[in-house]
Structure formats: C-alpha cells, structure tokens
Design a protein around this ligand. Structure first.
Ligand code: NDP
Length: 288
C-alpha cells in the first residue's frame, strides 16, 4: 500500500524539516511556498512543486500548513477558496486559541475541515523521539491521518474543541518561559555577590528537578477548590515573596518578575485567603 500523500504549505525552518520527514517516510509530498526559491532544495530531494495554491490543494486531501501565524493562512488559502472543499487542513502555525476557532469556521464555510496542531520542539528535533505535537479538532479526520502526522513527532490528540491544541501549546510555553526567566533572575541575584552561574547551577537543578513532586497534592486541591493551610500558607509564602523583592532591590537586580509574584500573594491575602495554602493563588490568577 502506498504511503499517504501530503501537501505542505509554508517552507520556513519548521516546514522544511517536516517535508524531509515525510519524504523519508515515503510519502509523496507536494510543496508550495510564497517565496518560491525556498522549495528548490526540497524539490531536488524528491518533493513535488505546486505551481499555484490551487494546485497544491488539488494534489492531496491532507494539507499541512506551517506558517508564521493564522493571517498567513488566510492570505494563502484565500487565493484558491474554490479548491478547499473536501480538504483536511492541518494547521501547525502558532496563534491564539480563538484564531483556531475562527479558522475552523472559515474553512467549514468552504467545505474543508480544520485540525489544529502545536509542535512542541524546535526545528532540529522534528521527527525525533523527543518530538510531540498537540492536536485538536475533528477526531475522525485526526484518526485518518494520525499515522502520517506521526512522521513529524508523536501526535497527542487533546479533543474536539479546536482551541485545545494552542491552549496546551501556550500553557507549556507559559511555564517554560516564566521558569527560564526565573532561573536567570536567580542567577542575577546570587551573581550580585559574585556567585558564578556554574557554582549556582547544581542548586538551580535541585529546585527544578523537585518542583513537579508538588503537583500531585496541588492537583487535588485545584480540583476540589479547597486549599488547606496545613503546609505553606499564603501569608508565609507571601512574606518570602516580599523578601525576594527586597533582596532584588538591594542588589540592583530587576524586580518586575518577583513583583509580579508578590502581587499575586498580596491580592490573595487581600481577598481573605491568607491562612489557606499557597495553591489558593489560583483564585486570583483565574480572575475568579
Ligand atoms: P517562519 O516564520 O520562518 O516561516 C513561516 C512560513 O510562513 C514561511 O514559509 C513564510 O513564507 C510563510 N508566511 C508568513 N507570512 C506569510 C504570508 N502573509 N503569506 C504567505 N506566506 C507567509 O516560521 P517557522 O518555520 O520557524 O515556524 C512555523 C510555525 O511553527 C510558527 O507558527 C512557529 O511559531 C511554529 N514553531 C516554530 C518552532 C521553531 O523552532 N522554529 C518551534 C515550534 C513551533 P516566505 O518563505 O515566503 O516568507
């Protein structure tokens, strides 16, 4: 049985890496890119160039998009709206969850289905063991193309709501970016007393390695909406947050990050939750 054909639109670093994985897996792969020359190397490696967006859409039922954002999808597919009927568009471009929902409606009005994806690794890891991709949208279409999509990374289907893939994607990066900034901030803090990053590194690793062990207890509290204050209370943790701000100010280190955390504690205390456990910050964070 021949491998499923795929059309890939958008040949930035991510798109090019994906095309190479599809070709390596034996999938006939048609490519299209706004800047035509970006397809040249891939065509030399076996990809089929489409002369227009309409031709790219006509070539395969499965059409993968790897673009800067969702506006690029409208700019491209808007050139060939009549060719969209019956296509399954798998959009692996980053954007807001609402952009995913709007795109699903726009495509449905033109007879196409949208599966949304969020690729969780950089270009050099596409197709490796570490690669995984969040998907959301119609399950039947996802199931039908899952084996093909698995070429670029382990598919992780999160549900029918089109917004879910980008929500998971951004939730992961929310933790990642904030944690990395906190790591740098902590380096600056000890660095103010001449402590080198290499001296500090084992301590930072200790903190990050043990962090997830708290989650099991916290998950239950978050799900119950009850935050027993028998461990670290909001008041106790809030005092620590104050000290981190004070230490940062004294050291001449930027205070934006610790002040954001301090504010969460202060507002939770102001809401009368000082004696609860620190997970009650979720009430302020969620805007409840
Ligand atoms: P790039 O921004 O480098 O490439 C984007 C592609 O979008 C190019 O093919 C570009 O065409 C096309 N494009 C952008 N705007 C338009 C437009 N208005 N009309 C037509 N084509 C357009 O992105 P990457 O390859 O790095 O990433 C693709 C997506 O994957 C992004 O959403 C990114 O956030 C996400 N991602 C990226 C990762 C990474 O490590 N790079 C990791 C995980 C996700 P042209 O060549 O003509 O400019």
């Amino acid at each position: 049985k021949n491998a499923t054909g795929v059309t890939l639109i958008g040949l930035g670093p991510m798109g090019r890496a994906m095309v190479r994985r599809f070709l390596a897996g034996g999938h006939p792969t048609t490519v299209w890119n706004r800047t035509v020359s970006r397809a040249d190397e891939l065509v030399a490696e076996g990809a089929v160039p489409a002369g227009s967006v309409a031709q790219a859409l006509a070539a395969n039922e499965l059409v993968v998009l790897s673009l800067t954002d969702y506006q690029a999808m409208y700019d491209i597919l808007g050139q060939a709206e009549d060719a969209l009927a019956g296509r399954v568009i798998v959009n692996l471009s980053s954007d807001t969850p609402q952009a995913s929902r709007d795109a699903a409606d726009w495509l449905a009005a033109r007879g196409a289905k949208l599966v949304v994806g969020g690729v969780m690794v950089p270009e050099e890891l596409v197709g490796t063991e570490q690669a995984y991709v969040f998907y959301s949208g119609p399950k039947a279409e996802f199931d039908r193309f899952e084996a093909t999509l698995a070429r670029i990374g382990r598919p992780d289907y999160r549900g029918e709501d089109h917004a879910l893939a980008q929500l998971y994607y951004q939730a992961q990066l929310d933790m990642f970016l904030t944690a990395l900034a906190a790591y740098l901030h902590a380096n600056a803090l000890v660095g103010s007393a001449g402590v080198s990053p290499s001296t500090f590194s084992p301590y930072a690793k200790e903190t990050f390695d043990t962090l997830s062990y708290y989650f099991d207890d916290v998950v239950k509290q978050l799900e119950d909406g009850e935050y027993p204050g028998d461990g670290a209370t909001v008041v106790m943790m809030g005092a620590t947050a104050d000290h981190i701000v004070g230490a940062s100010e004294a050291a001449g280190v930027d205070t934006v990050l610790p002040k954001a955390v301090q504010s969460l504690y202060a507002r939770t205390i102001a809401a009368g939750r000082g004696k609860e456990g620190w997970p009650s910050l979720i009430e302020v964070i969620s805007g409840r």
